[in-house]
Ligand binder design. Structure first.
Ligand SMILES: [Zn+2]
Ligand SMILES: [Zn+2]
Length: 71
């Protein structure tokens, strides 16, 4: 089987017969979900976070709450 680089993400390899890599195929089909992300909240190591997030929503809430209490 031959592989070449995916033209869409230019990151993953795909079978030469395929148009895009499996990740892009999923994205294009709208199947890409946050559960498939490798980004885990660094505070609680439990919840999944978005690529732009520093921590999960639950930890963000806790932070805000604690901050308010200190003030
Ligand atoms: Zn791709
Ligand atoms: Zn968290």
């Amino acid at each position: 089987m031959e592989y070449n680089r995916c033209p869409r993400c230019d990151l993953n390899y795909k079978l030469i017969d395929e148009q895009y890599c499996s990740v892009c195929q999923k994205e294009l089909r709208g199947e890409y979900s946050i559960e498939e992300s490798d980004m885990i909240c660094p505070i609680c190591f439990k919840n999944v976070i978005g690529y732009d997030d520093i921590m999960c929503a639950s930890c963000q809430r806790k932070r805000k709450y604690q901050g308010k209490q200190k003030l």
